[in-house]
Design a protein around this ligand. Structure first.
Ligand SMILES: *Cc1c(COP(=O)(O)O)cnc(C)c1O
Length: 392
């Protein structure tokens, strides 16, 4: 008999009752160190007092009122995102896939609005992940997500991540945009070379294409800057972000320059729930914390510390790990062929550490941005103990 919860996920047989900072607790009271953060979502840990207070306060006033009216929380959040990014304007939605849908719709609208409706194709990277809607599975182009869902949405051309020559060769009269993740998350923590991102900007400008970054996972401080592309100093025309934005409350955003959004006039796009007062209260509270002096410096420092510790671990366990990948607090341990990442994730969980599998046999570490050295030490102790168990 089919489970009442549709069985679309491979779930671990465990449930959590509450969380506190970087820890999750089961109903039986067993404590887990959460280095998965619900896949890069709970950026400030669980039950952060400022977020709890902001959401409680909003919950007593107004949950929802619709985009038929002005929503002051949207105006505040958009102004702050604009002030701290390349963007001039922001569309709010409820998830990463919706953020990327808005990006992709805007690409077509931009060229149509400019009198070039024949330009609709988007060049994307192989091994990409942009979400699970029809458009975003076609954009991601991965067989495991597309299988059984024919016909696929047309308009995407895939080239290897990091290869500018193949990208140039894929450009035609119909090309509208280039879409990449600044660090491939689900694909296995591949960090874009700075020269690659600079090259993408040059190519986009040369051919009149829009450059779209998917910062759904890399955004909101995950790599130690508000957005990961800041490390390189290259800005996109359009960008999606979501995961960490609400600190655990579902919210996504599509950020764009005035030029890229020139076709997005009233009636062109919308969402019933997008940017509702609860979501805006949560996201504004997240920004209150992240925009405090020294927040990103702290993330960079603890990220560097975790990386250094993991590099030592990899060097000491060449029989288990091939390499450490990633940036900031978005890190991945690539396992040797003889060890399946999912098996290691399960064994780490049995010992009280939560991690997340990614493509390319990688175990992802995505701790909340508020961790301290004691949490790094605790994680390393659990990983080392788990590896030693395996050896015996
Ligand atoms: C998670 C993710 C998405 C999809 O986000 P959902 O909220 O699951 O729809 C899109 N792009 C990237 C890079 C992601 O990591």
């Amino acid at each position: 008999m089919i489970p009442v919860v549709m069985p679309t996920y491979g779930r671990a047989d465990i449930a959590f009752e509450r969380g506190e900072g970087p820890y999750l607790f089961t109903a039986e009271g067993r404590r887990y160190l959460d280095f998965g953060s619900g896949v890069a979502v709970t950026a400030l840990g669980h039950a952060h007092p400022h977020l709890v207070a902001a959401l409680k306060d909003q919950a007593e006033k107004l949950w929802h009122c619709s985009n038929l009216y002005r929503v002051p929380g949207q105006e505040k959040l958009a102004a702050r995102l604009v002030e701290h990014s390349f963007a001039d304007t922001v569309f709010f939605c409820n998830s990463g896939a919706e953020a990327m849908e808005a990006c992709l719709k805007m690409v077509r609208k931009y060229h149509d609005h400019a009198g070039n409706p024949q330009k609709y194709r988007v060049i994307v990277a192989k091994n990409a992940f942009h979400g699970r809607t029809f458009a975003t599975i076609a954009a991601g182009g991965q067989e495991k997500h597309l299988k059984g869902f024919d016909p696929h949405m047309p308009g995407f051309d895939h080239v290897p991540y990091g290869n500018l020559n193949e990208l140039r060769n894929a450009i035609t009269e119909e090309t509208a945009a280039i879409l990449v993740e600044t660090v491939q998350g689900e694909g296995g923590l591949r960090v874009a070379d700075p020269e690659y991102l600079r090259g993408l900007r040059r190519v986009a400008d040369e051919y009149g294409l829009l450059l779209v970054f998917d910062e759904v996972q890399t955004g909101m401080g995950r790599t130690g800057k508000l957005f990961a592309h800041e490390w390189v100093g290259v800005t996109p025309d359009i960008m999606g972000t979501a995961k960490g934005l609400g600190g655990g409350f579902p919210v996504g955003a599509c950020l764009a320059t005035e030029r890229a959004a020139s076709g997005m006039t009233p009636g062109t796009h919308g969402s019933t729930f997008g940017g509702n007062p609860l979501a805006m209260a949560a996201a504004n509270a997240v920004l209150d914390v992240m925009l405090e002096d020294g927040f990103f410096e702290r993330v960079q420092a603890i990220g560097a510390h975790l990386q250094a510790e993991l590099e030592k671990l990899v060097a000491a366990h060449r029989d288990v790990f091939v390499e450490l990948r990633g940036r900031g607090l978005m890190l991945g341990l690539r396992c040797v062929d003889g060890l399946t990442n999912g098996d290691l994730v399960a064994r780490l969980m049995a010992n009280g550490l939560l991690t997340v599998p990614a493509g390319d046999n990688v175990v992802r570490l995505l701790p909340p941005l508020i961790i301290e050295e004691s949490h790094v030490a605790e994680a390393l102790e659990i990983i080392t103990r788990t590896l030693n168990e395996t050896a015996t």
